[in-house]
Design a protein around this ligand. Structure first.
Ligand SMILES: [Zn+2]
Length: 302
């Protein structure tokens, strides 16, 4: 199983139309909250997979849809290694904007419910891990401790010369990006010289920094993936929250867990290409559906 999982997850980050088609012997999901709560009360290792929908409910733009452009471009045009090497100024403007927005948003009821559940279950010797595609900091801000970020972080940089990864929440990230990054389609590029873009502050390095994120076409961090695979092997309940399940390989995490016979509940505003793989589906904003699902169960002791 581990080997198969590794092979499946080792593909590059991509956004794709998904071939529909149910697995054989799959039962369509139900929306029975009492049944979910019964499973929840017995689970020892809960994996919560979150995606852009959770951030969107806090007002963080997701740049996922065809209509969600920054200036004239889709995220897939900017979040690539080629775009960054061709025009690092434009790509840094895009990320300056995304960092500025994310730094001014607050966790919502879904983030808080997940963090509260983790803290409560820890006292009972049970575990909750968040496996997130979100690149903002909202799970941490809500208090979640065990978070695996499969797509990296908006608030980290990586040096292209020395490889140093650093947390960086400065806003603007450097003086030349002050007031830059406006998303409107008629705004002109700032054309910032490369030596004025964010640079490494390790002694004698001064290398160009990039966002420490997985760009489209890049492979996911193998250390993080190894941890994700381990969590996927041990979890006995999985929640798939606010993800449209179209960005690979993360879109396969839930279905792979379901293929082990583990209950997987999807919380989303609509059905997704992966809904039919799951045991439960709860429709609506996750800030509304998740808190009652993760609230203290009558069988829990404090
Ligand atoms: Zn460096």
């Amino acid at each position: 199983m581990l080997r198969r999982t590794a092979l499946t997850l080792g593909i590059r980050l991509c956004s794709t139309g998904v071939t529909r088609g149910p697995l054989p012997d799959v039962v369509r999901p139900n929306s029975d909250m009492l049944e979910f709560r019964e499973l929840f009360s017995k689970a020892k290792h809960i994996a919560v997979i979150t995606g852009a929908g959770v951030s969107a409910e806090s007002g963080v733009p997701t740049f996922r849809g065809q209509n969600e452009k920054w200036r004239k471009w889709l995220s897939q045009d900017l979040a690539t290694p080629e775009a960054f090497s061709r025009n690092p100024s434009r790509v840094w403007e895009f990320y300056q904007y995304r960092r500025d927005v994310a730094l001014n948003k607050k966790p919502n009821a879904a983030h808080l419910a997940i963090a509260e559940c983790e803290a409560r279950l820890r006292k009972q010797g049970r575990s909750v891990v968040v496996i997130t595609q979100c690149i903002d900091d909202l799970h941490h801000q809500a208090g979640s401790k065990h978070v695996l970020r499969v797509h990296g972080s908006l608030m980290e940089t990586r040096c292209l010369s020395c490889g140093d990864v650093a947390v960086n929440k400065r806003n603007p990230i450097c003086p030349s990006l002050m007031g830059k990054g406006a998303p409107d389609p008629d705004v002109a590029d700032a054309h910032i010289p490369v030596d004025k873009l964010p640079r490494c502050d390790k002694s004698d390095c001064n290398g160009l920094l990039r966002p420490n994120m997985v760009f489209f076409g890049e492979t996911l961090d193998s250390h993080i993936l190894t941890k994700v695979e381990k969590e996927m092997e041990v979890c006995d309940l999985c929640l798939v929250v606010g993800t449209s399940s179209i960005v690979y390989p993360a879109a396969m995490f839930g279905p792979l867990i379901a293929s082990r016979g583990v209950p997987v509940a999807e919380f989303n505003t609509k059905t997704t290409p992966k809904t039919e793989y799951f045991t439960h589906h709860f429709q609506g904003p996750c800030g509304t559906t998740l808190p009652p699902a993760l609230a203290q169960h009558e069988s829990e002791f404090m």
